[in-house]
Ligand binder design. Structure first.
Ligand SMILES: Nc1ncnc2c1ncn2[C@@H]1O[C@H](COP(=O)(O)OP(=O)(O)O)[C@@H](O)[C@H]1O
Ligand code: SF4
Ligand SMILES: [Mg+2]
Length: 452
């Protein structure tokens, strides 16, 4: 897709990191939401949503982050974009410590780091026109693009495959996929370096998902963007990620180059996630032993299991798993894993071989019907991504014309201008109850909103 030239008015302030250099570095990152009770609001516990993350994001790459709902992905996204204040740990952007920067200190950085939210229905203010929504970042940052705001907004609309003439329309006039394109245009307005996309396609129909994923991919190539893309399963991120981090209960359990992770997953949880979204590959379809269905829910992050947090659901768990937390170690170049008994690698605790009694009950093979159904969805997405990554020129037009313009109510959410909010307004609720989730999480458990 041909992308119109960037206007220099939105140029960023800091020196660019060369491709492959560390853009963002996170060390020991924690977010514990306090649980307060009673008249005096005494703290009685904490939701350990993010509980010690170490990773880096390299300039120009896409880091995929996957894990079941509630494992802390959104909290992580909000911490690294500094919409939330960390409880502990450090966030460095281009070598600069931004962990505790105040509103003023964060202002120049708000241009460089942007977020795309999960729900295109609620992240756009229904009372504002598309023009107002996409131009908001310019106003907030006091930036006057070359040629004027209107011209720049129209350029951004065409960049994301929408009709520039639709400048004066309202969000309800667009379909879900188109609204997510509007969210992307808003995120790109100030020419950011890092874009954190929190489940950007989870609320969309599977056929539209591929178009939006492909758009993100094209924009990265053309604009040299760096992405952190959050998803709750591997089907969305597998095609676009260079590396993938797998999260479980506030921790990274495996962080690996995409191909290594797919060919030889080492953490049992990664393996289970992978088999839950079977890939339509005849070789793997016949490998029955790889189809794993985890039993039970993710335990509460208020009191996570001792030792390895996955031991209550892991079919390989032994005594050491219950007592000793496995550190995230690079077992192979490009593959870090936190497990005492990894798959596809030498046992890290060979002396401990007796399975915990409930380990044998922890997982079962997935039924053929469930697999077939899931394979269909995966196949549809994979085929779309593949087909559409070839003839690029037609895609934008197809998308703009093809998505029906059904109505629908969008809520008025703070997320609308989230990328440009001062850190303090970003939704940190120190006294929130554990049940209170991030503002953009409503659709996690709901079936995808249908388009067309
Ligand atoms: N503001 C908050 N106050 C209290 N608990 C929260 C808040 N935001 C998230 N949580 C809790 O933190 C955990 C991780 O949430 P989240 O980061 O949204 O997970 P994910 O995005 O992986 O679904 C969940 O148990 C959630 O209920
Ligand atoms: S084998 Fe042990 S350490 Fe590895 S994931 Fe299972 S419970 Fe955790
Ligand atoms: Mg989330």
């Amino acid at each position: 897709m041909a992308i119109p030239a960037q206007s220099s008015g939105a140029a960023t302030l800091t020196k660019d990191a060369a491709p492959g250099e560390t853009l963002l570095k996170v060390t020991g990152l924690q977010k514990h939401f306090p649980i307060k009770k009673g008249l005096l609001q005494r703290q009685v516990g904490a939701v350990r949503a993010v509980d010690g993350l170490d990773f880096e994001v390299r300039a120009g790459e896409t880091l995929g982050v996957v894990g079941e709902s509630g494992c802390g992905k959104s909290t992580m996204g909000r911490l690294i974009t500094r919409l939330l204040e960390p409880t502990a740990g450090k966030v460095e952007f281009e070598g600069k410590d931004i962990t505790h920067l105040g509103v003023g200190g964060m202002r120049p950085l708000r241009r460089d780091v942007q977020m795309i939210f999960q729900d295109p229905y609620s992240s756009l203010n229904p009372r504002h026109t598309i023009g107002t929504i996409i131009s908001a970042p310019f106003k907030l940052q006091g930036v006057e693009p070359e040629g004027g705001v209107k011209k720049e907004v129209q350029r951004l609309l065409s960049v994301v495959g929408l009709n520039p003439e639709h400048y004066n329309r309202y969000p309800h006039e667009f379909s879900g996929g188109q609204r997510q394109r509007i969210g992307i245009a808003r995120a790109l307005a100030l020419n950011p370096k890092l874009v954190v996309a929190d489940e950007p396609v989870s609320a969309l129909d599977v056929s539209i998902q591929a178009q939006v994923v492909n758009l993100l991919d094209d924009l990265q190539q053309e604009l040299g963007l760096t992405y952190v893309i959050i998803a709750h399963d591997l089907s969305v991120v597998r095609h676009v990620s260079d590396r993938i981090a797998v999260m479980y209960l506030g921790k990274i359990v495996e962080l690996a180059d995409r191909d290594l992770l797919y060919k030889t997953p080492m953490h049992p949880y990664t393996k289970a996630l992978m088999s839950a979204v079977p890939i339509p590959d005849p070789a793997r379809k016949s490998a029955k032993s790889e189809r794993i269905l985890l039993k039970g829910d993710v335990p509460s992050p208020i009191s996570p299991p001792s030792g390895c947090r996955f031991h209550t659901r892991c079919w390989k768990a032994t005594e050491i798993c219950k007592t000793t937390e496995p550190p995230l170690k690079e077992l192979r170049p490009g593959q870090q894993v936190a497990c005492h008994h990894p798959e596809n690698f030498a046992d890290q605790a060979p002396q401990d071989v007796v399975l915990l009694s409930d380990a044998k009950e922890a997982a079962e093979l997935v039924s053929e019907e469930a697999l077939a159904e899931s394979a269909e969805t995966s196949a549809a997405l994979a085929a779309q991504v593949e087909a559409e990554s070839e003839p690029e020129s037609e895609r934008a037009e197809d998308a703009a014309d093809g998505e029906g313009g059904e109505g629908g109510e969008g809520g008025d959410k703070s997320a609308a201008e989230g990328g440009d909010k001062p850190a303090a307004e970003g939704g940190d609720k120190p006294a929130a109850e554990p049940a209170a989730k991030g503002t953009d999480d409503g659709a996690d458990e709901e079936p995808p909103a249908k388009e067309k």
